[in-house]
Design a protein around this ligand. Sequence first.
Ligand SMILES: [Zn+2]
Ligand SMILES: [Zn+2]
Length: 190
Amino acid sequence: MPDLGYGCACGTLRGTVAEATPATCSHVLCHCHDCRSAYTYLGHGDPGVVDLVQTSQDRIRVTEGRDKLRAFRHTPRGALRWYAACCDVPLFVTPLRPRLVHVGMNADRLDDPAAIGPVRGEGFIRTPDGKVRHKNILFVATRLVSRVVGRNVTGEWKETPFFDAAGEPVRDPKILARAERSEALSALRR
Ligand SMILES: [Zn+2]
Ligand SMILES: [Zn+2]
């Protein structure tokens, strides 16, 4: 199975997703404000919807420019949002604890996004009546849980570029100040 390349916009930070296929990666779309405001916080336009590859952290390698990897959190309880500090592009989102093994990768950074197959699910879709709904989220969630359980059985959860042996993030995440968060949110198109 092929390893799929990815990189930041300027090419300083590069890496691979090991054995990236539609079987090992779930291609999903996320409409949530946190995924979108990761872009606006970093100075980009609101993408409206964010294309994500859900897989497990042991598949992610950082081969060049590891020192450019940075993390922030929208709130003190928020997920870790990883980005490349050289050109400020969002790269990954992970939970706070390595045992959860999950990673969502921003698919716009993949060399060949077609390799991960068609969209399998969609989250946080806003309907005209103001409700939020999800599409096919059970399939995506079931796959996610099976990856977590599997990696905890085999010990592969320890193979991650995002956490050290003590289970701490490899970079101290910046927690956005209230003003920074509201500025990033106000740049969303709704
Ligand atoms: Zn860069
Ligand atoms: Zn999201």
